[in-house]
Design a binder for this molecule. Structure first.
Ligand code: ATP
Length: 328
């Protein structure tokens, strides 16, 4: 398989954390051991590269982390790496530690950083999509998304117990600043009355119409799932407007926040992280660079980083239709 003579690969997690990042690091370290190349874990993303915080990872260094949420290498956002001087320091450390290539587990910001670094210094790298938002082009799923969905529906199931006991309308805010994938899928899976996401034009009239319909069809409670980036307003504004329009409703708000990023990765995320970690190592050995390893129709694919950064996955209109039909 090997078309290159790589001897040592650095792996880091960068940007926001997501469940399954540990599983991906483990996969990278073990695949390196399998192919008899050295693996180095870089702490705190690009910060660790700039400040020379790294240590060798053997196959046994990554034991007992397959099931742990977060990332034991820790992650960070690095302002210094955005500067030419910062990246020059990172390059010096890379050379000092004799690293031939990098595997960057993170979101599109982290991939942009890798792309800039590659263009300046020619350091081969492969990106592995790790973010709960599932908003990266070139992969059907990102590492952490499935776990986050499961966390959200478990929380909404509990909220529903309270909602039905009191005739309540609950507005539940879920993560997704730019994308409604978590909201749309968790909304369908938890039987939401309405789902508000930035990708579709929502209006208060539609929302109130849906709530009115819910009332007329004898539902005694409603859950409205709202993506963080919803353009109509935040959950508190939406709840206030609903209270004014329906004074008899007991309207409540829950913001799920960071519980969505934590927890043990689901089986699906562990398998995904394991496959992508191995694919990234094999991709580098095969001479690939400046690409992202992803999964499409259950097959490993490599997408040029420039494309992964620039393009966006479209929301599936069929899912919007299903949500509407089932809210009858
Ligand atoms: P998330 O999806 O959780 O936000 P992310 O990988 O998109 O994750 P960012 O904070 O956008 O997170 O990016 C992570 C880091 O990548 C930044 O802190 C910075 O160090 C580096 N980075 C991002 N954009 C650039 C850029 N244009 N040039 C150099 N480095 C960059």
């Amino acid at each position: 398989m090997a078309k290159t003579t790589l001897k040592k690969i650095g792996v880091m997690t960068s940007g926001g954390d997501s469940p399954g990042m540990n599983t991906a690091i483990r996969a990278v370290a073990r695949a390196c051991a399998y192919y008899q190349i050295k693996c180095v874990g870089i702490k705190m993303g690009y910060e660790g590269l700039i400040h020379n915080q790294m240590s060798e990872l053997g196959a046994r260094s990554v034991k007992h982390i397959i099931n742990r949420g977060g990332t034991f290498l820790q992650t960070a956002r690095s302002e210094e790496f955005r500067t030419k001087e910062g990246r020059a320091k990172a390059f010096e450390n890379l050379k000092k530690n004799e690293l031939d290539a990098l595997i960057i587990i993170g979101g599109d910001g982290s991939f942009t950083g890798g792309n800039v670094f590659f263009k300046e210094f020619g350091i081969p790298f492969i990106g592995v999509p790790g973010t709960i938002d599932n908003d990266i082009f070139g992969t059907d799923f990102t590492i952490g998304y499935d776990t986050a969905l499961n966390t959200v529906i478990e929380a909404i199931d509990r909220i529903r117990d309270s909602a039905t006991s009191h005739n309540r309308v609950f507005f539940v805010e879920v993560m997704g600043r730019d994308a409604g994938f978590i909201a749309l899928n968790s909304g369908i899976a938890s039987g939401a009355q309405d789902i508000l996401i930035p990708e579709k034009k929502d209006s208060l009239d539609d929302l109130f119409g849906s709530l009115q319909h819910s009332q007329q069809s004898n539902k005694n409670s409603s859950i409205i799932v709202v993506a963080e980036g919803e353009e109509l307003g935040n959950v508190y504004d939406l709840a206030k407007a609903t209270e004014m329009r329906f004074p008899d409703y007991d309207v409540r708000v829950t913001v799920l926040g960071h519980i969505q990023r934590g927890g043990n990765p689901s089986c699906m995320d562990r398998v995904l992280a394991s496959r992508l970690g191995v694919a990234a190592v094999e991709g580098l050995l095969d001479g690939k660079s400046d690409v992202m390893a992803g999964i499409r129709s259950n097959k490993i694919v490599f997408t040029p980083i420039a494309e992964a950064i620039k393009k966006h996955n479209e929301i599936d209109k069929e899912l919007i239709k299903v949500a509407k039909i089932l809210a009858i």
